[in-house]
Design a protein around this ligand. Sequence first.
Ligand SMILES: [Zn+2]
Length: 411
Amino acid sequence: MSGFSFEISKSDSGSDARAGVLTTPHGTVNTPAFIPVGTKATVKSVLPESMRELGAQAILSNAYHLYLQPGPEILDSAGGLSTFMNWNGPTFTDSGGFQVLSLGVGFKKVLAMDETTFRDDDVIAENKERLAHVDDDGVTFKSHLDGSMHRFTPEFSMQVQHQIGADIMFAFDECTTLHNTRSYQEIALERTRLWAIRCLDEHQRLTQARSSKPYQALFGVIQGAQYEDLRRQAASTMGAMESSGITFDGFGIGGALNKSELGRIIGWVNDELPREKPKHLLGIGAPEDLFVGVEAGMDTFDCVLASRIARTSAVYTMEGRYNLTNTAYRTDFSPIDEECDCYTCTSYTRAYLNHLFRGKEILAATLATIHNERFIVRLVDQMRAAIINGDFAELKEEFLGRYKHRSTHAN
Ligand SMILES: [Zn+2]
């Protein structure tokens, strides 16, 4: 018995949205669900207990960061990621492929995997000087911490992720940009296909070699950028892929995604993938995008946006996003969002948060992050409830009507 399963409990009649339950050795996740990001085995500035209290069902950490520091063998010795960080619930790790190709070259921070994130093909350009080098066997890259050289192959990514010990892992893939040429996308996609087979083989070998450890599920990653034929081909190939007698437990939709085409791209992929398996949309977490993803059949989401913008004093509300450092909030003794039930909103005022941010107090980050994570987690929970009640379309229309209205005026 693997301890991993996915069951769809209700499908939406008007879209591909569905509600389900993902079962892992460390607990269950009711889907659709937003999975907050704890890149380095911590959601920056927030206690694991607070994450649980605000409704987070799982945490996603980053294999690249944990490989560089503290090192996967330390997480393995600690009993795995969930125990190490005192989360004691379900965890995910991404493969490191995306970070190896972006942070690894050390030229920019990544906000979200949309078109604006990547510029040109400097990440993986051929015949250019670069600090991350892709070949058919893997990626050689320079650490963003100390400039030391490292190499990830599909096998090595699986070894690192098995040692980290998350319940759900992702296959090592080559993440391209929207600005790469069509012919490069084809080369990268074929490379990702061959790497996926190697990931399945190494995953199966490690699962057997480490049979005393809790089962770890492996999701295949679908690339193909903005091209319908490439996305469909990748999804049908990965959906049917079998090696060493195993198939992928679920799928991640990755790569550069043009925001305006998000729904179409996920729709193509969803058409081709096995319906009964769980699907994770990698790196997408803006409220309006989450509706698009859920509607197109995605079950789980992760994104650093909620916590990252919180640390810069930007907060979500039902009426749109605003900035707490605005002078107008100096004497505003109402909560961040009147409709929010989070710890911050039930205990603190905009005036206090305005003061903390202006004074550069670290508590500001904690309180704003708790609110933003609660807002996004709760929004996706509301989508789940609406799917079960049969009124997902109404929720979407009502939310986007209000949210966009304010955002256009006061973003
Ligand atoms: Zn709140």
